[in-house]
Ligand binder design. Sequence first.
Ligand SMILES: [Zn+2]
Length: 407
Amino acid sequence: MELITGVIKSYDWGSRRTLAELAGRPSPSPTPEAELWFGAHESSPSTVGESSGSITLIDLIREDPQTQLGAQCAEAYDGTLPFLLKILAAEKPLSLQAHPTSAQAEAGFARENAAGIDLSASYRNYRDNRHKPELVVALERFEALAGFRAISSTVTLLTALDLSGVADDVASLAANPCPAELKAVALRWMRSSREHHDRLALEVIERATVLLDSGGWIVDRFEAELSTALDLARRYPGDPGVLMSLLLNRVSLAPGEGLFLPAGNLHAYLSGSAVEIMANSDNVLRGGLTTKHIDVDELSSILDFTPIPVDVLDPQPCDRRSEYIYPAPVPEFVLRRWELDGNLEVALGGDGPAVVLCTAGRVEIRAGDHQMEISSGKAVWLPAGDSVTMTATDGGPAQVFAGSTPG
Ligand SMILES: [Zn+2]
């Protein structure tokens, strides 16, 4: 096992406090800190080792993929680490987005390569040929939009909002409450002019404010949805994401609760901090709440317009009383969490690699004679086959996450 150092990504939606305070650094930080990456992604690989002689995790794996990843993982993923583990710290909403299936990513990547679009071009949709399923687990209250809401509920909300600019769309959705009509409405909204959305944002602000002040049944049922639309309309006037937010499930995760985002699920993270694990891909198709490239045709071709209820993962501790497993129906990763106290020792190890990340307290990790102690915000790389035991130090408690390949 080796200490690995994550890379901080300074996007403008990041918090100046969360990651700094998690790691015990001076807060607020000089710049917004949005994400802390632990993995072997080409754009920001973690470094391995504590001294100036450290190397990137990519190079460590490349030198001996069989030892680092295990034979099965090395073979299945062509000698690369199949997952990326992050801490997210969102002060402001992230873009509205969805990710392709593996087949869509392969086809899209090949198509853009054949068209001669540079890999770093801002208007490129597919930066690799892999899918990007992702799973978030809240560290503190984490707010998000994810998947299309049941159409009947959406009609109720939009009818109460009574926005004159979309009255025809609400009527057609009420008359035809099916995914095809939902898709038609969503496409019209995403293709509308900035001026149209500017006017609608003003209407959303006015109508949502009136409804929220009224305190009636609509507020009992849709307070979070109305507050989010109001907030987005103020932050992003002219952006289709304001209206699109009204079609999506509003999700609020308590600490420890998780959410899996499969391919085709339209989502936006709004605020809060979370541990996130994902397949090692950069394929993001955006639909709003951003100044980055939006390709409505490509996004709509991968979106799943079937309304789905939110499936919040709230695992119970399994056989070991402190271990929580977040199942994800993908072969690239599994995420586990431990709540350790001073007396509990847990074992971790498997046929594949793992990244062990401390998110609260301090934890001692032992592999044979070798031991190291990591504090909140620090992580350790476990090559395939390494077995370790973990114990909270300083009397505990400590919180630890491990991303690994399944099995
Ligand atoms: Zn995403």
